[in-house]
Design a protein around this ligand. Structure first.
Ligand SMILES: Cc1ncc(COP(=O)(O)O)c(C=O)c1O
Length: 510
């Protein structure tokens, strides 16, 4: 590897960047073609190559680049393969990925007066406009939905305690008897952890039952609030999920806005996955009232397919957020003077480090900016509409099949279903057997690598779950999933009945 500066004492700092990129680029480009589907080329072997003791002397740049090219990249995680529809994740599209790489080199932190830092702010403004978040809300990029929810709930905690003349950021979480946060049973578990970290405790999260469509039951919530107040507890916030991770259900936001106003509660909306569906005219009405929420979360690394590590949170009151999260003054954070150099140091005066948990953090806005600049608001809308339509398409296939059963209504881009052999039709069928069968069907489908759904359990029934946020997925991949589940279902069912052994089933499915 050529050295770009002979007098540098640290050779790792001078390895030629273009040559290093050229060494791995063909492997990366090949990986991103996903010719091997979801499963990948080789699943064994690489562990033994990588698991070694700490090297006492370095192997040099060429050795590392060769490992990247030959071992890491080809065995990487194929969340971008067209058939991949598991969990709520995908691989970045090309331009945001290149933007993230560029930021790592040329804009490695969101500080000082430089374009990557400007884009941190601009991308938050664009996101607000795109998703209908009021322009006055303070935005912040964070590592993902888990931290974004933590920040939103930190603001909620600050607000609720301040209403009683308390300051939890200064004095700790004392003074309010049994603070409570209400949310549905379908909430993402990062909310419980946020409550734990914020000193409220996991038990502060009260899970309200859902209706038949997996949406928070507002009547049940009213009842719980009455109970808890009578018992001397302190309701502080409601978390509505706009796109649950299990089924894509959207809680009744407008009704919750009204209830929170009546009850004096903070409304936090977790739209980590689903908020972009506000762009689809067919699903937009579900989001009515969302602009009245006190804090909102969206994960650009989900439906917007930026590189992983990009969530966003919006809070109604910037000063409140500052009180909750500011860094104490410190000499080493010297706010520079008003001369030209000082202005350069002060940068844009954005002070993101006072609004969340991170001090040094990567520039994340550039990836959102790159995506929105590349495809525009209409490009995102088209993607969301396509994915929502994919889930409905799959649901239609499921309904039309004699051996598939839909397990939840399709709201956004998630479809949950299972394989049901003719012998197990009807209300008296053995549910435990159906669950066992479908767990195995899922494993077989995943192992074959054409499609990669994930699984979940809905009202006791194990479901095969497809979540369409992957920009590379086409209608044929959606149809392929229904076919895969039908075919693998038949094979696993035969095997379970002892008609063929496991190895044969695997081979027959090929
Ligand atoms: C609704 C919801 N909230 C929060 C999260 C957590 O987000 P992250 O994995 O980016 O931390 C997810 C992840 O799937 C989610 O679907």
């Amino acid at each position: 590897m050529a050295d770009t500066r002979g007098d540098c004492p640290d050779p790792s700092a001078t390895a030629d960047l273009a040559a290093a990129m050229q060494a791995v680029l063909p492997a990366l480009a090949e990986f991103a073609r996903y010719r091997d589907g979801c499963a990948g080329a080789a699943l064994t072997g690489w562990k033994g190559v990588l698991q070694e003791p700490l090297p006492r002397h370095g192997a040099g740049p060429d050795a590392v680049l060769a490992l990247l090219r030959d071992v890491l990249i080809p065995n990487g995680l194929r969340t971008g393969a067209p058939g991949f529809c598991g969990w709520v994740t995908t691989a970045p599209t090309t331009v945001p990925a290149v933007a993230a790489f560029s930021a790592g080199i040329a804009g490695p932190a969101r500080m000082l007066l430089q374009p990557f830092n400007l884009l941190e702010d601009l991308a938050l403004s664009w996101l607000k406009e795109l998703l209908g978040v009021p322009p006055t809300y303070q935005g912040l990029f964070v590592s993902g939905g888990a931290i974004a929810n933590l920040i939103g709930l930190g603001a909620a905690r600050q607000w609720a305690y301040e209403r009683h003349g308390l300051d939890p950021a200064e004095s700790g979480v004392v003074g309010l008897p049994e603070p409570r946060i209400y949310t549905s049973t379908e909430v993402h578990r990062v909310v419980h952890r946020a409550a734990a970290v914020l000193g409220l405790g996991r038990r502060a999260v009260v899970e309200v039952p859902v209706d038949a469509d997996y949406r928070l039951d507002v009547g049940a919530l009213r009842e719980l609030l009455r109970w808890d107040r009578a018992a001397g507890r302190t309701p502080i916030a409601v978390v509505a999920t706009a796109g649950t991770v299990n089924t894509g259900a959207v809680d009744p936001i407008a009704a919750l806005v009204e209830l929170c106003r009546e009850e004096g509660l903070w409304l936090h909306v977790d739209g980590a996955y689903g908020l972009p569906a506000v762009l689809d005219p067919e699903t937009a009405p579900l989001f009515a009232g969302v602009a009245a929420a006190d804090s909102l979360v969206v994960d650009p690394h989900k439906w917007l397919a930026t590189p992983v590590g990009c969530g966003a949170v919006f809070v109604r009151d910037r000063d409140l957020q500052l009180r909750a999260f500011r860094l104490n003054p410190a000499d080493y954070l010297d706010e520079a003077g008003d001369d030209e150099r000082g202005r350069q140091l002060q940068g844009l005066g954005l002070q993101f480090h006072h609004l969340g948990l991170e001090q040094t953090a990567p520039a994340r806005g550039v990836t959102v900016w790159a995506l929105l600049k590349e495809i525009g608001a209409e490009g995102v809308r088209a993607r969301v509409r396509r994915h929502n339509a994919f889930a409905r398409r799959l649901a239609a296939r499921v309904r039309a099949s004699p051996v598939l059963e839909l397990l939840a209504p399709v709201t956004l881009s998630i479809c949950c279903f299972r394989y049901v052999p003719p012998e197990l039709h009807g209300p008296t069928a053995d549910q435990a057997l159906l669950n066992q069968l479908n767990r195995q069907v899922l494993r077989l489908v995943q192992g074959r690598g054409r499609c990669m759904p994930s699984g979940t359990v809905l009202r006791g029934a194990f479901a095969i779950r497809a979540c369409y946020i992957n920009p590379r997925t086409a209608a044929a991949d959606v149809d392929a999933l229904a076919e895969e589940v039908e075919r693998c279902g038949a094979l696993v069912w035969e095997r379970m009945q002892g008609r063929i052994d496991a190895q044969e089933a695997q081979m027959d499915a090929q």
